[in-house]
Design a protein around this ligand. Structure first.
Ligand code: SF4
Length: 358
């Protein structure tokens, strides 16, 4: 556990912890430049322990470790896909586990990270929803997934992380304070451009409006999955709290503030939400909104054995129907299928194998 006395240096932006760090360093009788040295280790060199800070006196390193924490995450499981995707299951200080995924393409190296351990929202197509909510992640735990993954990216892939998406376990806007602090941590602390960071939500309206008020141009993605109330309600219980008209009202207000294109995510489940007419309804729903629709073939999960991904030819029909109505879209190739890379699946398969071990 993080001791009560420990302040997490990854919590919030670089400037948030500077005063404490400065006071501590000066009280320890050390010169002020030690603060910059510590910050360089934390934010530029991805240190996960004070022992790594070799240009600091040993006594100062030991004292820093008593007062501050670098929120090291332990690897519980790592899975590497044939397509280059690397998935980590991280063990937190109270033994909870969360996932993050590194997804390399030719142009980008995207990190998908988690904002909660488990999730309370129960979307029916999602493995994370199946094991319910465990707890909120602290902002430092969210940022630590980035720090740990950046080390892996450098050592194993020889390239930096170019983009971050909050699309792993949990609903980011249901952990709003910690997520906003982590956004500042990634942006101001680690220097990742705001346009390279995407917050993906199932549509929590107050959180969307809070993001709209942020000065930084973070990207927004919304998981839609159905353009009709009844159907969306079947797939996503959140539709009861924030039905489509309210959600789209918020998206229009967001766009009026931000003038940024919004991504809409649409998972295609065979015979469930992939009818051509639904594509037309979807196109009508997005009228007046500058958006891009990502069509994602459903990634099968054990709790829904009856659901299959929509076959390629029918995905093409859906995509063309959107195109015909002027709605830009692309079909996304699922990555890391051989390592259960969809949200929550590694933890789920890990739980299943440990219970079958017993
Ligand atoms: S899709 Fe997201 S919001 Fe829905 S249950 Fe899964 S983690 Fe939660």
């Amino acid at each position: 556990m993080v001791e009560n006395a420990s302040l997490e240096l990854l919590s919030g932006a670089r400037s948030d912890r500077r005063t404490e760090l400065e006071t501590f360093v000066l009280e320890a009788g050390e010169p002020r430049f030690r603060v910059e040295q510590v910050e360089a280790w934390v934010f530029d060199h991805d240190a996960r322990s004070f022992a790594e800070m070799t240009n600091l006196p040993t006594t100062l390193r030991a004292r820093l470790a008593e007062r501050f924490s670098l929120t090291p995450l332990e690897v519980d499981t790592v899975a590497r896909s044939r397509d280059g995707t690397i998935k980590h299951l991280w063990r937190l200080d109270d033994d909870e586990r969360v996932e993050s995924v590194l997804i390399p393409t030719r142009e980008r190296l995207t990190l998908c990270l988690s904002s909660q351990a488990g999730c309370a929202l129960g979307c029916r197509f999602c493995a994370t929803g199946d094991f319910g909510f465990r707890r909120q992640l602290r902002s430092a735990e969210i940022v630590a997934q980035y720090r740990e993954s950046r080390r892996v990216a450098r050592e194993e892939l020889g390239r930096p992380i170019s983009n971050v998406v909050y699309m792993g376990m949990g609903e980011p806007l249901a952990n709003l304070d910690a997520v906003l602090a982590s956004l500042r941590g990634l942006h101001e602390g680690f220097g990742l451009g705001a346009r390279r960071i995407t917050v993906s939500t199932v549509g929590l309206v107050p959180g969307i409006m809070e993001l709209a008020r942020r000065p930084e141009p973070f990207e927004l993605a919304v998981s839609l999955h159905a353009p009709l109330h009844e159907l969306r309600l079947e797939l996503m219980p959140i539709e009861r709290r924030y039905p489509l008209p309210e959600l789209f009202g918020a998206l229009r207000a967001y766009q009026a503030h931000k003038n940024r294109r919004i991504s809409l995510e649409y998972t295609l489940i065979d015979g469930v939400n992939d009818d051509r007419e639904l594509a037309e309804t979807l196109a009508d729903l997005t009228h007046g909104l500058t958006c891009f629709i990502n069509l994602i073939p459903f990634n099968p999960i054990p709790s829904r054995p009856e659901w299959r991904p929509t076959p390629k030819d029918r995905i093409a029909v859906f995509s063309e129907a959107l195109e015909a109505r002027g709605v830009p879209n692309a079909v996304r190739t699922p990555r890391g299928r051989d390592i259960a890379a969809a949200c929550g699946q590694l933890r789920l398969s890990r739980n299943e194998s440990s219970s079958s071990d017993r």
